[in-house]
Design a protein. Structure first.
Length: 109
């Protein structure tokens, strides 16, 4: 398998100086299948917009542009889970349980 998308995102966030976000990304916080959040992609979008605003408040146009470029990559799907990551989740206990609950809607965890 190629580089995990959570690690790819973390590396890009580090490159633009968003180290706290990079640490969260490295744990899977923004990942489609690893995140504790219901909508991690929306949280990443919000956090990147805030980071752009902070950079602009310090009149750091270059950093704001770099962060905005990461945000655009995110919106383009560059950090979405790969097909291999999706398959691994589908094969996992959590994925199998989700499929069972789709087939049997009244079933509890």
């Amino acid at each position: 398998m190629t580089e995990h998308t959570k690690d790819k995102l973390a590396a890009v966030l580090r490159e633009v100086g968003l180290h706290e976000m990079a640490e969260r990304a490295a744990t899977g916080y923004y990942h489609d299948f690893l995140s504790p959040l219901a909508l991690p992609e929306m949280e990443l979008e919000k956090d990147l917009r805030v980071a752009v605003g902070v950079a602009l408040s310090f009149n750091d146009q270059k950093r704001a542009q770099a962060i905005e470029a990461v945000r655009k990559r995110h919106l383009n799907g560059d950090f979405d889970a790969s097909p291999e990551e999706s398959d691994a989740w589908a094969d996992s206990e959590e994925g199998q349980d989700a499929f069972r609950r789709l087939i049997e809607p009244g079933r509890k965890k």
